[in-house]
Design a protein around this ligand. Structure first.
Ligand code: AMP
Length: 188
């Protein structure tokens, strides 16, 4: 199962991905987490992306595609992958198709978590207070939303045309969102 969890920042992708990891043994491939780990480790890549991330701008397609390919190869026997925060551009989506095809697979399902912007802002304000993630400050967050709307939302009609897109109401309680996602997985 190759599942893309799709949605703007703070839509709940990470929460759902972690649940599917613990319940189904899927591997979560979050490019945001990978980039944050690179920063924490003090690697050259981490230094290179730090300013870009804190401003809420996208890092280059080449960087994230390489990170994803590495993880696909390291986890060949995984029962499934959850792509979280990837792909974020048409170029990344095309690269993902190629990566999976080369490994005998394809994107099976795209679940879009639908949450209105007011609610996202409320969630992000809370997360900023609790976790202090630099790119959750109001200015960077506004930029991240713009980037989502400009670069990432255009992927939705592409996956819809392929018959792979399922929309889930991400505004409700975590249990309700989980139940909708489980139904989509069962029907995929
Ligand atoms: P996230 O945790 O997914 O919100 O990602 C945090 C930041 O990492 C983003 O604002 C981007 O700067 C960078 N990032 C994560 N994933 C990607 C991606 N697929 N393409 C480009 N930049 C990314």
């Amino acid at each position: 199962m190759n599942l893309i969890l799709f949605g703007p920042p703070a839509a709940g992708k990470g929460t759902q991905a972690k649940r599917l990891v613990s319940e189904r043994g899927f591997i979560q491939l979050s490019t945001g987490d990978m980039l944050r780990a690179a920063r924490t480790s003090g690697s050259e890549l981490g230094d290179r992306v730090a300013g870009i991330m804190d401003a809420g701008t996208l890092v280059s397609d080449e960087i994230v595609i390489e990170l994803i390919e590495e993880q696909l190869d390291l986890n060949k026997d995984a029962p499934g992958f959850i792509f979280d925060g990837f792909p974020r551009t048409v170029g990344q989506a095309e690269a993902l198709d190629t990566c999976l095809k080369n490994r005998g697979g394809a994107v099976d399902l795209v679940i879009r978590l639908v949450v209105d912007e007011e609610k996202l802002l409320a969630r992000i304000t809370k997360r900023f207070e609790e976790e202090g993630r630099k790119d959750d400050n109001p200015e960077s967050f506004a930029h991240r939303l713009d980037q989502y709307n400009a670069n990432t939302a255009p992927l939705l009609p592409i996956y819809a045309d392929q018959g792979k897109l399922v929309e889930v109401d991400g505004m409700g309680a975590i249990e309700a969102v989980s139940a909708e996602i489980d139904t989509a997985l069962k029907e995929a």
